[in-house]
Design a protein around this ligand. Structure first.
Ligand code: TXA
Ligand code: MG
Length: 345
């Protein structure tokens, strides 16, 4: 098993001395697309709030979002695409999704769907979940950027974790200057309120986050389409096929195998996922980061848990994981590891 990024030197959060704010032009969009291609971070306007974008198919680029925002846990991110066709190449289309996409895309609606078999979205983008969140933004500059880049862009709101969402380029600069590569200035956002999120993957649609599109508007669309459905609230969903609130369930990110934390050595056929000086062991010998780089570890985390689960779950063995420092993005890594290791409900 080759370990991703093993040849890269140890890195801290990249220091960018200046973060340019540029108006939207063909040139600045081309520059932004180039930065995204290289794994960088670009803030861009949408009709809801400014997003902090990275290549949604690149775990390492997405890890950069969590570092820049100093997000203490890996909440799954929304993947933005240019049109419905691109969206349903990533997430499996359902009847609810088709009707809502037809009426509300492009617009402030995010659909949560099962990954398609060929879905290239990075595991870190969906925080290890098998469902992904997808949105087709209505903002002309966002659409031009998505078209120029040609791939999905993962983007949370472009603010430091815990601060209010940005509705102007100046807000973005105030919170993230020096931590991201470029800010595309498209003027103030029309809505200033994040998108409505609806899980359309199951037997009933579930309203995960109220937002720019009201519950009544959704019900009207269902009625017009002859669909006898109403939006359920997460609390109404009692089985584990529906996400309740991602990131909040104690064992939501659990692999099938048991997980042992802070392991310095593998015992009894365990699959040990290493970090820094603790070398990986077992069939795969994975290491989150040989050089002890937390961003690299974040980028590898969910993909490696999936890989290790593949060889341990059937064999009835355990995934052991080396200690990860709690500093910086290490807090988010430890948060997810604690959930992965928590007793299953
Ligand atoms: O308007 C918006 O939605 C803005 C713009 C930039 O598009 N983005 C935004 O992203 O608000 P963020 O990261 O602040 O919120 C994303 C929400 C989180 O509440 C997350 O839990 C949910 O989307 N989410 C993402 N992936 C999910 C998944 N696979 N299942 C359920 N919820 C998911
Ligand atoms: Mg946010």
């Amino acid at each position: 098993m080759r370990i991703k990024f093993s040849t890269l030197p140890a890195q801290k959060a990249k220091i960018r001395p200046m973060t340019d704010i540029v108006p939207i032009t063909s040139n600045s969009l081309a520059q932004a697309a180039k930065i995204l291609e290289a794994g960088g971070l670009v803030a861009f306007p949408t009709e809801t709030v400014y997003g902090l974008g990275a290549n949604a198919c690149d775990d390492r680029a997405v890890a950069g979002i969590f570092v820049a925002k100093q997000r203490p846990s890996f909440n799954p991110l929304i993947s933005h695409v240019a049109n419905s066709e691109a969206a349903f190449a990533l997430g499996a289309e359902t009847q609810f999704a088709a009707v809502l996409a037809e009426h509300f895309w492009p617009g402030p609606l995010t659909l949560v769907l099962h990954r398609t078999a060929s879905c290239p979205i990075a595991r870190l983008t969906s925080a290890g979940l098998d469902k992904i969140a997808i949105r087709v933004p209505a903002h002309i500059a966002a659409n031009r950027l998505l078209t120029a880049f040609g791939k999905p862009i993962a983007a949370p709101s472009a603010n430091p974790s815990g601060r209010i969402s940005p509705s102007t380029a100046a807000h973005v600069r105030a919170g993230l200057a020096g931590k991201i590569d470029l800010i595309l200035d498209g003027g103030p956002c029309e809505n200033g309120l994040e998108s409505t999120i609806i899980d359309c993957s199951g037997a009933a649609p579930v309203l995960l986050r109220p937002g720019g599109i009201s519950r009544d508007a959704v019900h009207q669309v269902f009625e017009d389409a002859g669909i006898a459905a109403r939006l359920q609230d997460p609390a109404e969903i009692s089985d584990d096929r529906q996400p309740i609130a991602p990131g909040q369930l104690r064992s939501h990110y659990a692999p099938r195998a048991k997980v042992r934390l802070n392991a310095h050595h593998a015992v009894d056929g365990e699959e040990l996922i290493g970090f820094g000086p603790v070398a990986g062991a077992g069939k795969l010998g994975l290491s989150l980061s040989l050089s002890g780089d937390l961003r690299e570890a974040a980028a590898n985390l969910f993909a490696m848990l999936h890989q290790a689960d593949g060889v341990t779950a059937e064999a009835g063995t355990v995934i052991a994981i080396a200690p990860i420092p709690i500093t910086g993005i290490g807090e988010a890594i430890n948060d997810r590891l604690a959930r992965a290791a928590a007793p299953r409900g």
